[in-house]
Design a protein around this ligand. Structure first.
Ligand code: SF4
Length: 464
């Protein structure tokens, strides 16, 4: 009797496709991507965009983000906008600046816009002590009303987070928490300059759950020094023991020309090894009942991300995947990025530039973009691919008043080789990402990105 064939990995990139598709490309947390925005977009453009938004989007919910850039130690893989400091007075000065900024923005936002999502990211938000946490929370919630069932989330670093901070957060109504891990292997942790024993993370997750946090996310990373499928399997096993509700599995983006400290990371895994790490992780998550959400995210079946995926309301923004399909995102603090239906804008990316602007009474916006109709059309297509794994041509045509096939004739032709490689399936009424295209969805999105063709040579990380 012949053996039944071994089950195929649902998400896998055949090795012969690796060279062809392992290109540099955006992660599409926005479209158009940040390098395309204009440095000429400043405070007046921002107020105009907010005023137009107030007119057009009355009653539409809001998401709020605040960036807390402080970290006490530098992780060598870090690609975030941070400021290394242990200075309590500087944090107070920063919180005063965020308070002022939130006040200026609030003047241009209409009433009756419930905040359905509030997220604190960093940096290290738990660099703030409990008093500072309370002050920042009051500053935001006092100006923008929080919906009763809002998702209130925070990123914490287990090595600097105390029970008193978690208790304060729970008391204020934070109900979702995200922790960076990257890898539990001590050798990898030494190499990346982030010592965080497994027990430290596990105990903090246990405490968060006891305090009522309903969703815990852990961040892992592949592509770091000393990682091998065997060693990474041990990290994955420990992660499964914690059983986070969500997992973000990031592909380490090595961009030392932008982040010089990344030069400290030597002997990085090549594409074949990275792919093996990724596949080991994906196999483990699926075997433990996680659902693949898209790009680098996984979640347990009862998590709201899975529900949003099934209900086709999943969206992508600068925080990653979000269940808040139709909301405008207002973001505060150094480097923070806001996203309105028709515009993006970003604040100063360095702490003292941000403070200098605010302290002389200038809104600290330094770049942004008003989206053209073509930008909005392409954004919908790219986000449908990235969030839902398919594009409904009829819906896009109706929504934007275009003929999909005529508008995207060149793009559809460019997808033919990808269809031949089994990454996508092209139907009369839709485009569908296929299982072997799941991990290469960025490549498919890039076909619809008109700026990549117009301005080649931008610096992006590789897709694998
Ligand atoms: S804690 Fe996070 S933000 Fe801070 S340096 Fe490490 S990776 Fe970067």
């Amino acid at each position: 009797m012949t053996e039944p064939p071994a089950p195929r990995r649902p998400f896998s990139v055949p090795r012969d496709l690796l060279d062809r598709y392992n290109q540099a490309g955006p992660r599409y947390t926005s479209y158009p991507t940040v390098p395309e925005w204009s440095a000429g977009f400043g405070p007046e453009d921002t107020f105009a965009a907010l005023d137009a938004n107030r007119e057009q989007r009355a009653g539409v919910p809001l998401s709020l983000y605040v960036h807390i850039p402080f970290c006490s130690k530098l992780c060598y893989y870090c690609g975030c906008n941070i400021h290394l400091a242990r200075d309590h007075a500087l944090v107070d000065r920063y919180l005063a600046a965020v308070d002022w900024e939130a006040g200026r923005i609030a003047e241009h936002v209409g009433d009756q816009r419930p905040v359905v999502q509030l997220h604190w990211g960093g940096g290290t938000p738990t660099h703030l002590d409990p008093d500072q946490i309370r002050r920042l929370f009051a500053s935001l919630v006092g100006r923008f009303g929080l919906a009763r069932d809002a998702e209130v989330s925070i990123e914490v670093h287990p090595a600097v987070t105390t029970p008193a901070q978690l208790e304060t957060l729970a008391e204020l109504g934070f109900n979702r928490i995200s922790m960076g891990v990257q890898d539990f292997d001590p050798g990898v942790q030494r190499a990346i300059h982030r010592i965080q024993p497994f027990e430290m993370t596990r105990d903090l997750v246990d405490l968060a759950r006891r305090l009522g946090f309903v969703s815990v996310n852990l961040d892992l990373m592949y592509g770091l020094p000393h990682q091998s499928p065997e060693r990474f399997a041990a990290t994955l096993e420990k992660t499964m023991a914690i059983r986070p509700d969500r997992i973000a599995l990031f592909n380490y983006a090595h961009l030392p020309s932008i982040y010089p400290h990344q030069r400290a990371l030597k002997e990085l895994p090549g594409p074949e090894l990275k792919l093996a790490l990724l596949e080991t992780a994906v196999d483990t998550f699926l075997a433990h009942g996680y659902r693949y959400i898209g790009f680098d995210h996984f979640a347990l079946p009862d998590n709201e991300l899975v529900r949003a995926l099934e209900e086709r309301t999943l969206r992508r923004n600068f925080m990653g995947y979000t269940t808040c399909a139709d909301s405008d995102l207002l973001a505060f603090g150094m480097s923070a990025i806001s996203e309105l239906a028709g515009a993006y804008f970003q604040n100063q990316r360095k702490l003292f530039d941000y403070l200098a602007d605010v302290e002389r009474g200038r809104l600290p916006v330094v770049r942004g973009m008003n989206l053209s109709r073509d930008d909005q059309l392409r954004r919908d297509v790219i986000f449908a691919l990235a969030c839902l794994g398919s594009v409904d041509k009829t819906r896009i045509s109706r929504l934007h008043g275009v003929s999909f096939d005529a508008t995207f004739a060149a793009e559809l032709a460019a997808l033919e080789p990808m269809a031949a490689d089994g990454l996508v399936a092209l139907f009369d009424d839709r485009i569908e990402i296929q299982p072997r295209g799941q991990l290469l969805v960025r490549n498919v999105c890039m076909v619809f990105d008109s700026y990549l063709r117009a301005t080649p040579g931008r610096t992006f990380s590789r897709t694998i």
